[in-house]
Design a protein around this ligand. Sequence first.
Ligand code: FAD
Length: 304
Amino acid sequence: MNQYPLSRRSDIGNKIRVSFEFFPPKNDEMEARLWDTVTRLEPLKPQFVSVTYGAGGTTRERTARTVKRILQESTLTPAAHMTCVDATREEVDQVIAEFAAMGVKRFVALRGDPKEGVGAAYQPHPGGYANGAELVGALKAQGDFDISVSAYPEKHPESPDFATDFDMLKRKVDKGATRAVTQFFFDNDLYERYVERARKAGIYIPIVPGVLPIHSFAQVANFSARCGAHVPYWLAERFEGLDRDPQTHALVAAAVAVEQVLDLVERGVSDFHFYTMNRADLVVAVCHMIGIRPQPAVQGSAAA
Ligand code: FAD
């Protein structure tokens, strides 16, 4: 008999699967940092790594380039984010075809935010796909892809109520979504309640928590307000006075992320998606604490 709680068992790493999210770099310096991060995270053998698609489709070329490099120069399995913003159905179909030709088999399908940014009113393109569900349908029409979609434990900011959100999530599942990945959150009760409600609404795909390790509390607090994620007072208190003390900030951030993830493990969660912000340190620390350790590279496994 094992008297330790789940999160302290030595074999816990065998039961946990992780995925990592990156954004496409804007310049050579950011590209070097991303690649350093990719190289550090690769031995942790994530299930997949995803590459975001900038607001308004503004990073189409850079997303494609990053996905291609991951395919060609690493052993990782990339998932390409796609959005419906500012593009006709034909243009979106063309992008899907280009990714498929490259060898991409996983996608993260999103409606996306307007070019003006999070919070601006969304206008679907008159000749385009209107929402995430229609985009999932378009992807499935071109291949039997693994498709992740979004979920919002605190409700999508534009949505009038949770019922509308669950209706959209159900439509995405009916079109063929494989899993949902959540918006980041800091209160695990909200996530647990959301999953319970989704199950009651007849949604049975995995709902993977999106975990955001906090590199800058000031930035996260600002961004959270715009995307509807609540920052609890106790979290703000933990980072209080650390704006000019990056070393302590990083230690506290690791402790906070570890605490959140271990608590989710105790609640039975086994899949985690990390918003890496193209940085490895905090993610490596959290993965270490849940038993995810570097695996030796298998010779010749990169799709060179
Ligand atoms: P949908 O699933 O189509 O809709 C989400 C909810 O919004 C619905 O449940 C519905 O209730 C409500 N809603 C949608 N449209 C309307 C409307 N017209 N009126 C009222 N309510 C409405 N954004 C990017 O630009 N690029 C990315 O790479 C990216 N990656 C993401 C990854 C994850 C895991 C998550 C959670 C979000 C990501 N986003 C990304 C952000 C996302 O594009 C925004 O949250 C966007 O506002 C909604 O997209 P969606 O796919 O969730 O929309």
